[in-house]
Write a new protein. Structure first.
Length: 371
């Protein structure tokens, strides 16, 4: 059974009611268990779970240290292009927004790579708008070999591709792919995706399965917090994660928690999520799954990120720029959204060390046999 078929058995509004109906007794039962299921996850993210945040945080801390030690993986995004053929209500790159458009040339990519390497990074996240004709496979075939010369671990966050295309990119050095469903509520999804291929909910929903079949090492899931009820969307992301782990068990998995940020033409949150609620969600995911990697981006403030470091997070972006050419030649008119934590990478690294942890600038490197 595909995840799309599995999803048909769940009703978004019913799940919202189930989560809100959870009691303190349900939360206590979930906290007392050594292995938790999706029903327990409902209780942990419910309004009733708020009163148990301190205990959740303590358990999350212990589980994270047991599995990941005192390390935090560092990465940085490289925006290759802000061209986009979609119109989405929440994104600065939307085709209807009047902003300067740019796609990096190979020489400009080389300059960006050198600027990023000088900061100390060896794990890179490649980001583009979704424009298949001008920033599609032909462009990726040229760009990846240039970038892979500089970095051991490459992640991509671009438009969903076909299985064969993911296989080809893996041969060119791709290691991981992030693909966020944005929201699992079909009505809300349709409301916010107005033009372009991203209107196709099912094509996006099936992307992780194409990644699994293509043998991608790691895939990242998440929702855009603020489009619909964060608790319900997060439950469906957990459901998706558990399905993928069972079906494509050779791949690793990560979760991210992007909250809406100000951007050109952007909208306000439908459902506000407080900092305390984000802590609750991160701890709940860790209590559900001690193995999943958890990422926290520069969308969040420096002070908040520093407080969250011990409580379940395993990877951080630092020194991020959300515009093409943002490291060698920055131009804020090109950015996708405003970041919050604008500290230099070394400053973030010092904050990590002060919290008693070790920043790691490299994920891992494949070993190639010599002919």
């Amino acid at each position: 059974m595909s995840f799309a078929a599995l999803l048909e058995n769940w009703d978004f509004d019913d799940v919202t009611l189930q989560i809100n109906a959870c009691t303190e007794a349900d939360v206590r039962r979930a906290l007392s268990k050594s292995k938790r299921d999706l029903q327990d996850f409902m209780a942990l993210i419910s309004p009733a779970g708020d009163a148990f945040l301190e205990e959740m945080a303590q358990q999350s801390y212990r589980l994270t240290r047991q599995r990941f030690g005192n390390t935090l993986q560092f990465y940085i995004p490289l925006y290759l292009s802000n061209l986009c053929a979609n119109d989405c209500t929440y994104c600065g790159f939307s085709m209807s927004n009047k902003l300067k458009r740019k796609t990096l040339s190979l020489d400009e990519i080389e300059a960006e790579c050198l600027a990023i390497k000088a900061m100390g990074f060896d794990s890179l996240l490649l980001v583009t708008g979704e424009h298949e004709t001008k920033v599609g496979m032909d462009y990726f075939r040229q760009a990846l070999p240039v970038i892979k010369r500089h970095f051991s671990y490459l992640t991509m966050e671009v438009q969903p591709l076909a299985e064969a295309e993911y296989r080809e990119l893996c041969q060119l050095g791709l290691d991981a792919v992030l693909v966020y469903q944005e929201t699992y509520q079909r009505r809300t999804y349709a409301k916010h995706h107005l033009k372009g291929k991203k209107m196709d909910f099912d094509w996006r929903l099936d992307t992780p399965e194409r990644l699994g079949r293509a043998g991608v090492d790691k895939m990242g899931l998440g929702v855009l917090i603020g489009l619909d009820d964060w608790r319900t969307d997060s439950f469906f992301a957990a459901l998706h994660l558990k399905y993928l782990q069972k079906t494509y068990w050779r791949s690793r998995y990560s979760l991210s928690f992007p909250r809406l940020r100000p951007c050109s033409g952007g909208l306000l949150d439908k459902t506000q999520m407080s900092d305390r609620q984000l802590v609750q969600l991160i701890c709940a995911y860790r209590l559900l799954d001690s193995e999943v990697e958890i990422s926290l981006s520069t969308r969040e403030s420096a002070q908040f990120r520093d407080k969250l470091l011990p409580l379940g997070v395993t990877s951080l972006s630092a020194g991020s720029s959300t515009q093409p050419g943002g490291y060698a030649n920055a131009d804020k008119a090109l950015e996708q959204f405003e970041i919050d934590d604008a500290r230099a990478p070394q400053v973030v690294a010092e904050a990590v060390k002060k919290a008693g942890m070790q920043p790691v600038w490299k994920d891992w490197e494949k070993s190639y046999s010599q002919a």
